[in-house]
Design a protein around this ligand. Structure first.
Ligand SMILES: [Zn+2]
Length: 464
């Protein structure tokens, strides 16, 4: 069959590939507003800017959705070696670290493999435990997240945690350590690969290294905002396809690749679809989420506040950092019938995307996945195992993003969204999962191990 969307595909692609808009928006988000981290002035400026842009593009019902959360303000952090030598090591606090002042011995938990935390638990008691940021530590077939390494240190009685970057020359990497809207129970800081390696060598040489750690961070209730805008559907405006990305970065960074390259691609898809394709039979909703970086807080809030409407959320497509991912493809969160459908469009869409399936908890699709909504995202296919690179460091800057990659993300998203929001209800192949089906989906060996340790960490917090 000939491509029924050919004329629209050509308009969306032609405009998309001749527009500078996404790079101009990226420059405003990153260079004018800075990190857009929760609680900064630039965060609200970004939310207002995005809302104004969506209005300018002709979207309807553009709104800021405010919500409260436990925010965090960075203070100075100081790490001093007090024995066997005297030396100050550069460090930064990890978001939701508490203020603290303590002196303790260093314990080297190397790459933070689960087996290290299990076998050496007793030796970590009372110590400042350091683990590096390898995503697949020795012997691990799954991603062992920073939060898990921190949590396992906490459960083993550590007095503080040091996150050592495993990439050379990228400085310290940041990332939240709070747990379920609580400040972390012990302080966590981050050091560069080089400083972490120095600490390791010192410990090997002398057998014992004593550190004094001083942190001055604070937590307080804050307000953040999701930004939403619609292209209402002509046939059933309540049936919704949503595209989204968070817009907040980490406070030490421009967050240009993660997330802003994805946020501007969502905005650009909104511009293109509004100009050429609206109205489609079903509503297209564009969502720019607040404070993802410290716990997916904006998308969690939105999913919980709209539980009664999720049956009509046909599909959520996540575009966190999508303007920077290599080999842009469509990753579905275990929706085989949807993958068939998306694959069937390849004959009409000249962009050479691939498809894959995965389940992970690390971005804004997850709160919707947990509620059974059909979800997926624009991610690298095949998936790399190399980890974040300079993501979550101060080096995630605008100069590393190219206009062409932003255009690729925006145009591909437009062509897909056009189809997602046009297919008739009779031909749409999936519906929302029941709670039991979600549970069964998450009953994978990888996921179960993560869930179990999270439960232990939660129980630990509940006792305090
Ligand atoms: Zn992100």
């Amino acid at each position: 069959m000939a491509n029924p969307f050919l004329a629209l595909d050509q308009k969306l692609s032609g405009d998309g590939y001749s527009s500078f808009e996404s790079m101009e928006n990226l420059s405003i988000l990153c260079d004018d507003f800075g990190s857009r981290f929760g609680g900064t002035k630039g965060e609200k400026q970004a939310a207002d800017f995005i809302a104004q842009k969506l209005k300018d593009y002709g979207l309807k019902n553009v709104r800021l959705e405010p919500f409260e959360y436990l925010g965090w303000r960075r203070g100075t952090a100081k790490l001093e070696i007090t024995s066997p030598i005297q030396k100050t090591i550069d460090c930064i606090s990890l978001p939701h670290s508490p203020a603290a002042n303590l002196t303790a011995e260093l314990y080297d938990a190397r790459d933070g493999a689960v087996s290290i935390f299990e076998k050496e638990a007793a030796a970590m008691q009372g110590k400042i435990v350091m683990a590096s940021s390898e995503t697949f530590p020795s012997g691990s077939k799954r991603w062992v997240h920073r939060g898990e390494k921190f949590g396992r240190s906490l459960l083993n009685g550590a007095s503080a945690f040091i996150f050592m970057n495993h990439y050379a020359a990228y400085g310290p990497a940041t990332g939240g350590i709070g747990h379920k809207n609580r400040t972390a129970l012990i302080p966590g800081i981050s050091v560069s690969y080089e400083d972490g390696s120095f600490l390791r060598r010192l410990l090997e040489k002398h057998g014992k290294v004593t550190l004094k750690l001083t942190t001055t961070d604070s937590s307080e209730t804050m307000t953040s905002w999701n930004v939403l805008g619609d292209l209402p559907g002509a046939e059933d405006p309540d049936e919704i396809v949503m595209l989204g990305s968070h817009y907040d970065g980490h406070d030490i960074s421009q967050g240009a690749q993660d997330p802003a390259s994805g946020a501007v691609a969502v905005m650009e898809a909104a511009r293109l679809l509004s100009k050429y394709a609206s109205p489609l039979p079903y509503t297209l909703r564009f969502a720019l989420w607040g404070v993802e970086e410290i716990g997916l807080l904006g998308s969690r809030y939105h999913a919980q506040a709209n539980l009664d409407k999720l049956d009509k959320l046909r599909f959520y497509f996540n575009m966190d950092g999508a303007g920077s991912v290599k080999n842009k493809g469509v990753v579905l969160n275990e929706w085989a019938e949807l993958e068939k459908l998306v694959k069937s469009w390849q004959k009409d869409i000249s962009f050479p995307y691939k498809t894959a399936q995965s389940v992970n908890a690390f971005s804004d699709h997850y709160p919707f996945l947990l509620e059974g909504v059909a979800t997926g995202g624009m991610e690298s296919v095949p998936k790399g195992t190399e980890g974040r690179g300079y993501g979550h460091t101060k080096f995630d800057t605008l100069d590393k993003v190219s206009l062409r990659e932003l255009q690729d993300a925006a145009v591909l998203a437009s062509l897909l969204a056009l189809r997602f929001a046009s297919i008739s209800k009779a031909d749409w192949p999936v519906s929302r999962r029941s709670k039991d089906d979600v549970k069964a989906l998450l009953d994978l060996p990888d996921y179960t191990e993560t869930a179990e340790i999270n439960e232990k960490i939660s129980a630990f917090y509940d006792q305090k």
